[in-house]
Design a protein around this ligand. Structure first.
Ligand SMILES: [Zn+2]
Length: 894
């Protein structure tokens, strides 16, 4: 009470001062900026205290009400509906002219219409825009505390030449955190456990609703709401520098800072990498200068995958990087002695890129916050000092990029409008546009490479500043063969991601310069219009071909609306197997239901005779307490395609009535031990301990034996093989990394029996995301079917890195294994990887529908056991489109 009264009196005095004109201009703020302690009751970094996002946003609001150095903006709402606030901090004069400075940055970023001299003049009159945030991994708690401390420091400093120079030359875009939902959740969890034996126990949930830690793997795809809002804000401000806080420092170093390790993408402007390295080296010196030893460079983290949200911007000529500060556990301090260090570090010797070894002692949240504030200040300090050069170099990087693709191929990319998956083609165009890449649409036909593309095709002209990002996402990756003692140096994330391969979208690179006449046919897009749904023909039954993912969404929507759906089991040239026959809804109601589904439905007078009815499948999704991003991605995809997945925790799996409740159960990618045993006893409060255990395994066996369908992704396949005693072997299990290595690469697979219902609609050759998964051989007792195999006599590598291709050739990538009355699908890859691999979703969707919800099994009794793996007859042909493509059904426009 006393405290608030004192503040009130101070406010009154300050207001009086304003009225009397006693406060100099520039400092004409309402109040002195409140300290964090005065608002929150604690300083950020205090032992055993964490500010939530709500606390932080509240504090930012108080700061903004007290100072002309800070303005608040909203980026939109999070997945859980919380407003995402960020602050813009600079001198009052700069904030008063924000629009002008944004415009200068926009012009320099987009280059066009500026010669070098004009760009120099703009750079001289502009302000560097620097993005800094409190991190995106909510369990890495210091970041969200650091942003409070940094905001206060910048807003409150008086007579501080360093801060004055920053405020004068830099516009700081400061986010309290990039994951508000997660910060609130983690802080609530810590507060609940504080003072108990579970004080530092991990959060048993994904802190971003769907993807948890993978929120930093969504940088170019922008599937998540938060990702889209963060990217849109970046495109609005065009920052020269982007800096994000993380907390997985390589022990015993106190902070990892750039330069990164090999490899890096060749699609990054070299000046951006030079600056990135310089920011890192400067940061190390700054930390040493300010009494913060233990910074290490060049360990562990590479610059390969463009999907890190805190790195994607480098392909937009923003100097984007992150650091990793040491963390013990939340706000709980910890004492380290040198004996705790790895042997190599116990002698405390200086190294070339670890100049000031940390000597141990207490490590507190306050230390992490101090290091982070120091690191952020070093970035701002350097940005202030080199403001003009940074601004000009952004222009120069854009100009160089335009020049590169004016003189060299690819001169453009074309996404043809007439292709098998129009919805996915539109999605790819949208992915590019969401990333700020300029995308055009052809008004008339567009001719290039001797091919005529129909009106409506999308064209990415490469003489644009963000061309490198388009190239990075579209071209196949060739991950370098870097070895350490013969073992491949694995990528920090994945090695290949090529979107046209993942999404099964045809994209052509244009090999000759695009002429003025060609350009005249193109219109620059501001949005990608959704592909409209439609009903063609006339009649009382409606047919939907199986080639698109939307087929499943449409079926789910129709069943949910009370319509009836049957699937054509054998098919013909006109009506391929897998075509859905819809009845029970009139055309008007059908259009209503399909309003948001981009699929064309063909009306016919009569239904094909061999169609089997399906029900809406009841699909359960196993969700361990150990947060699993693969589960979250799966849940997000299923929800988006209308499947309404039912979450199954350990207790739900252990219950005895699975077959009454569910048709199919999905086991996301996880190791067997994680599923079986979960968190060890004593590590979390009781209800979160343990896994599904033997009781859960028994119930899963009973579920499948009674006719249920079990679907296992990637390493969960090994769990199923072991626990169900399946006559299947992972042929890669015993290979050394010097013999076989493939982590996060796209590999070609061929359908073994394209007529099978569980592969309906899939292309005969599909690129799958292989991520340290298994590959299968079957033994003599095997009953079931091989769905897809890696091609024989040739490397299956489509994009990324593969060592030991010979071990995969001819081996099974996906199996359906009979078990009792049910079936188990084993996928040695991730058919739904990060909601990017649209081209292989149908493996999952078909498997879900190929369950008791479908009447199909009787028509497809499993064949007798084959022995060994069938070898495809011919060497792989060049990749073809899917079966039943355009023209298979003249009534259905694809
Ligand atoms: Zn992190």
């Amino acid at each position: 009470m006393l405290n608030s009264r004192v503040r009130f009196r101070f406010a009154a005095i300050a207001a009086l001062g304003l009225g009397l004109g006693l406060i100099p201009a520039g400092a004409r703020a309402q109040n002195a900026p409140p300290t964090p302690r005065s608002v929150l009751g604690h300083a950020p970094g205090d032992d055993f205290y964490l500010a939530s996002y709500d606390d932080a946003a509240g504090y930012f609001r108080r700061l903004a009400a007290s100072s002309h150095r800070i303005k608040l903006f909203s980026a939109g709402k999070t997945t859980r509906g919380v407003e995402m606030v960020y602050a813009v901090i600079s001198s009052p004069e700069n904030l008063a002219a924000l629009d002008r400075y944004k415009e200068i940055n926009r012009k320099l970023t987009w280059v066009r219409g500026l010669d070098g001299q004009q760009a120099h003049a703009l750079a001289a009159s502009g302000k560097v825009i620097v993005h800094i945030d409190g991190g995106m991994h909510s369990s890495e708690v210091a970041g969200g505390q650091h942003s409070i401390a940094l905001a206060y420091k910048l807003v409150s400093a008086q007579n501080d030449p360093e801060v004055d120079a920053i405020l004068h030359n830099v516009i700081v875009v400061l986010w309290p955190t990039l994951t508000p939902d997660g910060q609130n959740e983690v802080v609530a969890w810590y507060r609940r456990n504080l003072g108990t034996r579970f004080e530092v126990s991990p959060l048993p949930d994904l802190y971003q609703e769907y993807v948890g830690h993978d929120n930093n793997r969504d940088g170019y795809m922008n599937n998540m709401t938060e990702s889209r809002e963060i990217t849109a804000t970046e495109l609005e401000w065009n920052p020269e520098v982007w800096y994000t806080q993380h907390q997985t420092a390589p022990f015993p170093a106190r902070i990892f800072i750039p330069p990164f390790v090999e490899p890096i993408s060749s699609n990054i402007n070299p000046m951006m990498m030079r600056w990135l390295n310089e920011f890192g080296i400067n940061m190390g010196a700054y930390l040493d200068e300010h009494g913060m030893p233990g910074a290490i460079h060049r360990v562990g983290f590479d610059n390969w995958y463009p999907g890190f949200q805190d790195f994607t911007g480098i392909f937009r000529n923003s100097i984007a990087f992150f650091t990793e500060t040491a963390l013990y556990g939340y706000a709980t301090p910890h004492f380290y002695t040198v004996r705790d260090f790895p042997k190599d570090f116990q002698n405390l010797d200086s190294q070339v890129l670890y100049n000031s070894p940390w000597k141990g002692g207490w490590w507190r949240l306050g230390d992490a916050v101090r290091y982070m504030v120091g690191a952020s200040m070093s970035v701002l300090d350097m940005s202030a000092k080199y403001h003009e050069q940074l601004l000009f170099n952004k222009y120069q990087a854009g100009r160089d990029t335009i020049q590169q693709f004016t003189d060299n191929p690819p001169y453009a990319y074309v996404i043809p409008a007439n292709q098998l998956h129009p919805a996915e083609a539109a999605d790819l165009a949208k992915v590019l546009l969401t990333n700020g890449v300029e995308v055009h649409r052809s008004q008339q036909t567009f001719t290039a490479n001797g091919r005529t593309y129909p009106a409506g095709s999308w064209v990415v002209l490469m003489d644009q500043p963000y061309a490198q990002l388009a190239k990075e996402l579209i071209e196949p990756q060739v991950y370098p063969d870097i070895r350490s003692n013969g073992t491949p140096v694995k990528p920090y994330d994945v090695a290949g991601w090529t979107l046209p391969l993942q999404m099964d979208v045809e994209v052509d690179a244009v090999a000759a310069p695009v002429t003025a006449a060609q350009r005249a046919e193109l219109t620059l897009l501001t949005a990608v219009a959704p592909v409209p749904g439609a009903v063609t023909g006339s009649g009382a039954v409606f047919l939907m071909g199986p080639e698109t993912n939307q087929h499943f969404r449409a079926m789910n929507e129709i069943l949910a609306a009370g319509g009836r759906v049957s699937l054509v089991t054998h098919g013909s040239a006109a009506v391929p197997a897998g075509t859905a026959v819809v009845s029970g809804l009139g055309a008007g109601r059908l259009i209503e239901v399909l309003n948001t589904v981009p699929i064309t439905v063909h009306a016919a007078a009569a239904a094909p005779e061999d169609a089997a009815a399906v029900k809406a499948p009841r699909v359960g999704l196993y969700r361990s307490w150990n947060p699993n991003s693969d589960e979250g991605w799966t849940r997000w995809i299923l929800e988006n395609y209308g499947f309404k997945p039912i979450t199954l925790h350990n207790g739900d799996i252990q219950a005895s009535d699975l077959i009454q409740r569910l048709d199919a159960i999905i086991l996301p990618d996880a190791r067997a031990n994680q599923m079986l045993n979960g968190f060890a006893p004593g590590t979390l409060p009781g209800q979160y301990e343990g896994g599904i255990g033997s009781q859960g395994v028994d119930q899963l066996r009973a579920f499948v034996a009674a006719g249920g369908t079990l679907i296992a992704f990637n390493n969960a396949s090994q769990f199923a093989i072991d626990q169900f005693g399946l006559p299947v072997v992972n042929v890669l299990a015993k290979l050394k990394p010097t013999e076989f290595y493939c982590s996060g690469s796209l590999l070609w697979t061929d359908l073994s029996q394209p007529e099978r219902p569980d592969t309906w609609g899939l292309p005969e050759r599909a690129a799958v995301m292989f991520e340290n998964g298994p590959a299968f051989a079957t033994d003599k007792d095997f009953r079931g079917a091989i769905l897809a195999t890696y091609p024989d006599h040739v490397s299956p590598l489509a994009s990324g890195y593969l060592l030991g291709a010979n071990y995969l050739e001819g081996k099974a990538a996906a199996l359906e294994v009979s078990y009792g009355k049910g079936r188990i699908y084993l996928f040695g890859f991730k058919p739904q990887w990060r909601a990017q691999s649209h081209g292989t979703y149908k493996f999952l969707f078909n498997a879900i529908y190929d369950s008791p919800a479908s009447a199909r099994p009787s028509a497809f009794t499993p064949a007798p056991a084959p022995t060994g793996i069938p070898v495809p007859g011919a060497p792989p042909a060049p990749r073809t489109g899917g079966r039943g493509g355009a023209g298979a059904d003249p009534g259905v426009q694809r």
